[in-house]
Design a protein around this ligand. Structure first.
Ligand code: NAD
Ligand code: MG
Length: 390
């Protein structure tokens, strides 16, 4: 039996992971499940999967979690330190599916213990890619991509020499507003931004898909994970979301990965890697689909993409500042304090401000320093949002 833990178990990726594990309960020994405010979901799954431990991220929810787990034999814990402690518990495979920079500390802890980390939490690679990769290497741990595009690239590279790669193309659906007149974008509401044309995901990544901040994070994720240069990474709008990524080689070959828009494919690939096993995802009928469309992303519609290349150019801990500013701007939009298009303006203001701060951005990449940059960038973004309101 393989020992597995799921961080962010109550979210969209977490629930898809649980779906796969429940189909073969005899194969898995569940160590820890973690969640946030949805205590009922967390407790129900922890009991059903006979987990050793359930952790809520919120200290004040511990009494509720204890009550929900009473008599089940599942241990209850809460708070940041408990999340990190859960990541230190021996496991063969851990799913990192917390949303946001909050996933970094537990992910890093799992790698320190040599655990294989299936990484859906792209924000941690954007914030501290080098730190994660070095920690994995020093401890003989493995990082496996779960983002659909990165899983697709990873599969396209199997058996290939990275030196023969000319370019990596990741696709984007174009999000909720791909066909809107540009002048309507500032009026986009939260409900409109929270619906995705093809994928069923958590609210934050869905809004990030409409603004392309998600793809901006993924461009940086591609650079960190595969070690290619920024000028080798391209984004292609593909409204059908069936081609997830393409790898271009030095002989002109372009290897595409196709599959249904179902995250259980990428999760399952990381779960069974290096083997392939049967997965309950739809098989594509290309004759019925008939055609696939592609177009270049419009820089005026998706200014967030340009920011990703500026962040990579600047280097240091600019990724941590970028992600934190973006997370704060998203909070401000969700709270109704700024407009949809203000998210890019707020994030860009923070990047401009931080770019010259070499004492901060070029300090050693440690968890403490990344956390410091993250806090300061959130403050700065809140200030920039305030200015846009006033
Ligand atoms: P979600 O919002 O559905 O779930 C997030 C999970 O993280 C929940 O369990 C929540 O309780 C927990 N959480 C939230 N804030 C937390 C905090 N501060 N501390 C600890 N736990 C916290 O999100 P999701 O859509 O499942 O996305 C999870 C991660 O996977 C994100 O990094 C996202 O970018 C990535 N991802 C998601 C998809 C998708 O299809 N949903 C696809 C690719 C990548
Ligand atoms: Mg993706």
């Amino acid at each position: 039996m393989r020992k597995v833990s799921i961080f962010g178990a109550t979210g969209s990726i977490g629930q898809n992971t649980i779906d796969l594990i429940r189909r073969a309960p005899e194969a898995y020994d569940v160590v820890a499940l973690t969640g946030g405010a949805n205590i009922a979901r967390l407790a129900e799954d922890a009991i059903a999967l006979r987990a050793d431990l359930a952790v809520t991220a919120y200290d004040d929810r511990l009494p509720d979690l204890r009550a929900a787990l009473e008599g089940s034999g599942v241990e209850a814990a809460a708070g940041q330190a408990a999340l990190v402690e859960a990541a230190a518990r021996p496991a063969d495979w851990i799913m990192s599916a917390i949303v946001g920079a909050a996933g970094l500390a537990p992910g890093l802890e799992a790698l320190k213990h040599g655990t294989t980390l299936a990484l859906a939490n792209k924000e941690s690679l954007v914030c501290a890619g080098r730190l994660l990769l070095e920690t994995a290497e020093q401890n003989g741990a493995r990082l496996l991509p779960v983002d659909s595009e990165h899983s697709a690239v990873f599969q396209g590279l199997a058996g290939e020499d990275i030196e023969a790669v000319e370019r990596i193309v990741i696709t984007a659906s174009g999000g909720a507003f791909r066909d809107w007149p540009l002048e309507d974008l500032p009026k986009a509401t939260l409900a409109q931004a929270s619906s995705h044309p093809n994928w069923d995901m958590g609210q934050r990544i869905t809004i990030d898909s409409a603004s392309m901040f998600n793809k901006a994070l993924e461009v940086i994720e591609t650079r960190e994970y595969f070690g290619v240069r920024p000028d080798q990474i391209e984004v292609l709008v593909h409204p059908e979301s069936l081609v997830h990524a393409l790898v271009g080689f030095n002989d002109g070959a372009l290897m595409a990965h196709l599959g249904a828009a179902d995250m259980r494919h990428a999760i399952g690939y990381a779960l069974h890697w290096p083997d392939r096993q049967h997965l309950p995802v739809e098989r594509l009928d290309l004759a019925r689909i008939g055609q696939l469309n592609f177009r270049a992303p419009d820089p005026a519609r998706y200014p967030a993409l340009r920011l990703a290349y500026e962040v990579m150019e600047r280097g240091g801990m600019m990724g941590a500042a970028f992600n934190a500013a973006k997370e704060q701007a998203l909070d401000e939009f969700i709270a109704g304090r700024i407009r949809f298009t203000d998210m890019t303006a707020v994030t860009e203001a923070v990047l401009e401000r931080f770019s010259a701060e070499s004492g901060l951005i070029d300090a050693a990449m440690t968890l403490d320093n990344v956390t410091r940059v993250d806090h300061l960038a959130r403050q700065e973004a809140a200030g920039a949002a305030e200015k846009r309101i006033g």
